[in-house]
Design a protein around this ligand. Structure first.
Ligand code: NCD
Ligand code: ZN
Length: 338
């Protein structure tokens, strides 16, 4: 049995640079027609020159696979001219509160000082993508950030805002109050709770920001996604770190889910009797909100059990060692080992 997906997109993706980029980009490019590329490199992507160079590097790493990198700039205070010049080459600007996650030290420290730049984004119709967490208690960070989303949505009524990787029932509820608000949801937040991370033996592979929440939150996310909410779309937040940065004292935050993203999503939607809604989540909803027209690309899965390799060179993947019910048709020879 086969399942053909029409132009699937991963609308939140970390591809890194250099060797890591070469290792991970082919997984995304084999499954997706395009992706929204996060700018939190060691030197953040916060000017057009760097963005162009990074885009080239990504295309080179994808080889012959037809993958469109939708680029983002790291939020800082930009001038009107800078944004005007960048507008046609970016899908949005990504805002990180300072120090909240991997490579975000250059993020926003004072939200009272960013209104002028946000107003420019609204005027120029450039979407704002937000990592919405405070530096409060780890389980409450998204909850505490919701007033900022509300302020943004009320103050800038024409600005398209994406709440990235939402994890809570309350964030889902906020979506319904503003039409110009959308959200990405990861694969892992549809699957795991804090119990999977730290309820038994500690699982560094499942440690990410925002941290996985309660069963009730996961249920709210599932309900909204599986019912086909039109302003929820897939963003894997696949964020690879080498094993030595995960399996140590001071584990880096990030789950590398790119190798399993599409097969596992198909399995999840099938198990929840809503396979017909998968296209909306991985393609239509995001295209509509971002108003993009990616090059059409059909991606086929086949129902052949597939055991996820234990690791891919230096990195372990989400669900490593598990057997999934779908696999990518014409799956490229992976370098994984069992
Ligand atoms: C991401 C990373 O490693 O770049 N980590 C994560 O835990 N999700 C950054 C991010 O999106 O927060
Ligand atoms: Zn991310």
């Amino acid at each position: 049995m086969e399942l053909t997906l029409d132009t699937p997109l991963d609308l939140h993706l970390h591809l890194r640079e250099q060797e890591m980029l070469s290792l991970v980009a082919p997984f995304s490019a084999a499954q997706f027609a395009g992706g929204v590329i996060m700018p939190n490199l060691v030197q953040p992507v916060d000017n057009l020159e760097r963005l162009r160079a990074y885009r080239k590097e990504i295309l080179a790493a994808c080889g012959d696979l037809p993958f469109t990198p939708y680029m983002t700039l790291f939020f800082r205070r930009y001038s009107r001219n800078e944004l005007l010049e960048a507008r046609d080459e970016i899908i949005g600007v990504k805002l990180y509160p300072a120090g909240i996650t991997t490579q975000s030290e250059g993020g926003v420290r004072d939200f009272d000082r960013i209104g002028d730049t946000i107003a420019l984004l609204e005027e120029l119709d450039i979407p704002l993508l937000v990592h919405g967490e405070t530096n409060g208690f780890v389980m409450d960070r998204e909850h505490e950030f919701l007033p900022v989303y509300q302020w943004l949505a009320e103050t800038f009524p024409r600005l398209r805002i994406v709440m990235e990787h939402i994890t809570t029932a309350e964030a889902v509820a906020l979506l319904d109050r503003f039409d110009h608000l959308a959200a990405t949801v990861t694969l892992h937040h549809l699957m795991i709770t804090l119990d999977d991370v730290a309820g038994g033996l500690l699982q560094p592979d499942l440690f990410c920001k925002p941290i996985a929440k309660t069963p009730r939150d996961r249920e709210a996310l599932r309900r909204a996604v599986f019912s086909g909410h039109p302003r929820l779309f897939f963003g894997s937040d696949s964020a690879p770190h080498p094993r030595h940065k995960k399996e140590c004292c001071g584990c880096a935050a990030g789950i590398f889910s790119a190798p399993v993203a599409l097969p596992m999503l198909a399995q999840l939607f099938e198990e929840n009797d809503c396979l017909e809604r998968l296209d909306g989540f991985i393609s239509v909803n995001g295209r509509n909100f971002y108003r993009i027209t990616p090059l059409p690309r059909q991606v086929a899965l086949e129902r052949i059990p597939w055991q996820v390799p234990e690791q891919f060179e230096t990195v372990r993947s989400f669900l490593s060692g598990k057997t999934l019910s779908w696999r990518l048709k014409n799956q490229p020879e992976t370098t994984g080992n069992h």
